[in-house]
Design a protein around this ligand. Structure first.
Ligand SMILES: [Zn+2]
Ligand SMILES: [Zn+2]
Length: 425
């Protein structure tokens, strides 16, 4: 009798070629983008002490309360699979003494996170985030920097039609009186709130504003908005003015909050784009000036954001061509000679900074055309016995459909010039 097939866990995904190439493209694009802005990479463990997230994300938060994968290991330690990255980056900076100097730290990261949510489009139990954190961050300056980064990153990831929504949660005083007002208001409407919101009213009333239940919406819409003190109002105004001066459109939503406890000051989310519903956030973040101290570090202000890779893919839509920079190699007459010659061609392509793709299942020139067009590359290199004999390469422009046979000296120069034309247009 045949054995039963073992299936992957609900809310997880197998990602393989050709879809994996889109992931690689996003990862590479993200790395290059952050490096250009002076960010270095940080990699932290997937497992952390449970306490880290209880103290940072908050015991009453949906993430810790309902969604975290937590377990006791064989040594009796309480462990959690990381549900988000900010707490880990803060822990890493404190533990490794990176915050002792007043120097501003800029880190980016990408990797899997885990939350036991109901799986749906763009929402997995193992999901992937990319993001950045600025630690020892100057207020206003770093807030503006992070919003500019998001705008630039999403444009370089070829996402269009996204909206940046912002709010300011003020200083501790502003938040204190805001919470008091909200508690009064929601206590009065308690019976109409969903069960979660009744719990939130007692634990962290701000989070009622983040409830997605339709029955809570009319109450949320009439809830009091935050009142900022003159100093915070001035800070918020500076952020908005600077973004306006750079032609970056933002929407100010006075009831926007995030589902994590550690945010102070500026909070934001990025919505929409492509196949993603307007309500689905691709990215979110904000300032968290008290987190580092609450984890045993010094008084270091910080701001950051995280974006969901599954959502970026949805927002990019199907039109995305990750292979634009590459060339496709069609090897006709596959034998030792053509393979050896192809090895030399690969070396040359690396030297001019181009990746080459190949499909070993294609046999005829016609097969190769079909495969090359599917990958979205602009140029196809054709190598056969004829090219090996004359040490030449036939270069076909898949857009104009023209092709020419170029000598060993000519073809790399031709490609470099053509790609440069495309990049500087
Ligand atoms: Zn204030
Ligand atoms: Zn609710």
């Amino acid at each position: 009798m045949a054995q039963q097939v073992i299936q992957r866990l609900k809310g997880t995904a197998d990602i393989f070629s050709p879809e994996a190439e889109r992931w690689q493209w996003i990862e590479e694009c993200t790395r290059h983008f952050f490096e250009a802005y002076g960010f270095g990479e940080v990699r932290t463990p997937l497992i952390e002490p449970l306490e880290l997230f209880v103290r940072s994300v908050g015991e009453g938060s949906d993430i810790v309360h309902k969604q975290m994968y937590a377990f006791e290991d064989r040594g009796g330690r309480q462990i959690a699979l990381r549900p988000e990255m900010t707490a880990s980056v803060a822990r890493c900076a404190i533990e490794n003494g990176l915050l002792r100097k007043e120097k501003t730290l800029r880190f980016f990261y990408q990797g899997p996170m885990f939350r036991a949510e109901r799986p749906q489009k763009g929402r997995q139990r193992q999901f992937h985030q990319l993001g950045a954190e600025i630690l020892n961050a100057k207020p206003v300056e770093a807030d503006i920097e992070i919003l500019l980064l998001i705008d630039g990153l999403f444009r370089s990831l070829k996402i269009s039609g996204f909206t940046i929504r912002v709010n300011h949660l003020g200083c501790a005083d502003d938040r204190g009186s805001f919470q008091e007002k909200l508690r009064d208001y929601f206590s009065g409407t308690r019976d109409a709130l969903c069960e979660d919101c009744r719990f939130r009213t007692d634990r962290n009333v701000l989070r009622v504003l983040d409830c997605k239940m339709p029955s809570c919406q009319p109450l949320i819409e009439k809830a009091p908005a935050i009142r900022l003190c003159p100093r915070c109002e001035d800070e918020y105004g500076k952020i908005r003015d600077e973004l306006k001066a750079r032609n970056i459109e933002i929407q100010c939503l006075p009831r926007l909050v995030r589902g994590l406890d550690y945010y102070t000051g500026l909070v934001f989310e990025v919505n929409g784009g492509g196949a993603l519903g307007a309500q689905d956030a691709i990215a979110a973040g904000g300032r968290y000036d008290e987190l580092i101290r609450s984890l045993g570090g010094n008084d270091a202000g910080a701001v950051g954001f995280a974006a969901g890779v599954e959502r970026i893919l949805l927002a990019q839509g199907e039109s995305q061509c990750p292979g634009e920079d590459d060339v496709y190699a069609a090897i006709l007459d596959r034998n030792f000679e053509t393979e050896r010659y192809y090895g030399e061609v690969i070396d040359k392509l690396y030297k001019i900074g181009r990746r080459v793709r190949r499909d070993v299942s294609a046999k005829t020139l016609r097969d190769h055309f079909a495969k090359a067009e599917k990958t979205g590359v602009r140029y196809m290199l054709i190598l056969g016995e004829k090219e090996v004999k004359t040490r030449s390469v036939t270069v076909k422009d898949l857009k104009s459909k023209s092709q020419k046979e170029l000598s060993w000296e000519e073809w790399p120069v031709f490609l470099t010039r053509e790609f440069l034309k495309g990049e500087v247009k």
